[in-house]
Design a protein around this ligand. Structure first.
Ligand SMILES: Cc1cc2nc3c(=O)[nH]c(=O)nc-3n(C[C@H](O)[C@H](O)[C@H](O)COP(=O)(O)O)c2cc1C
Length: 168
């Protein structure tokens, strides 16, 4: 059976409306981080997704207004950590004032500068494979060089602008 669509075309797709609609889709959250010139640099991103097994690729989208990305992209390697359900506060901090993003965080840096959180669900050592312009964001394709994951806890879930968790 086909229902006659009530989806009106040519709507005014303003940012608030889009943000609300996009927010219906639940996602995990990652920390993308590196050490650049001896400083820890990073941000929280809910746009992370797995992309390809061969070659091993993941992606996330970064706003073109980001002041962190132009610095982060200069790192030799980037670390990506999948946040756990207890990381709500950590996530907010990683999206807040740059000088406090790594406060109280236990992290590990590789020789190439990839920085990962020590208590995440999974961590990836990556390099930038390609950047694709996509409107007001850039899709960053990351090539994976090392992967490590734990099966022990649940992910942080971002949904409708708030944090939730999966029923364990
Ligand atoms: C749950 C959550 C998810 C976020 N996801 C993204 C994202 O996918 N892409 C992005 O560019 N910023 C995202 N942000 C915002 C960044 O973490 C950060 O606040 C933003 O990049 C501004 O800081 P900057 O100018 O230092 O980059 C997210 C923030 C939160 C709290």
């Amino acid at each position: 059976m086909t229902t006659v669509s009530a989806l009106t075309t040519n709507q005014d797709l303003d940012a608030t409306r889009l943000r609300q609609a996009f927010g219906v889709f639940p996602s995990g959250v990652v920390a993308v981080a590196a050490e650049v010139d001896g400083e820890l640099v990073g941000l929280a991103a809910s746009s992370f997704t797995s992309v390809s097994l061969e070659p091993a690729l993941v992606s996330f989208s970064v706003a073109n207004t980001s002041r962190t990305w132009p610095v982060l992209r200069t790192a030799g390697h980037l670390g990506v950590t999948i946040l756990a359900d207890h990381h709500g506060e950590v996530c907010r901090r990683l999206a807040g004032p740059v000088e406090h993003r790594f406060d109280e965080l236990s992290v590990t840096s590789t020789d190439d500068g990839a920085v990962t959180l020590d208590d995440g669900l999974a961590r990836f050592d990556c390099t930038v494979h390609r950047e694709v312009e996509a409107g007001d964001h850039t899709i960053v394709l990351l090539q994976l060089h090392a992967v490590e994951h734990a099966d022990t806890s649940l992910p942080l879930v971002f949904h409708r602008s708030g944090f939730g968790r999966l029923a364990g």
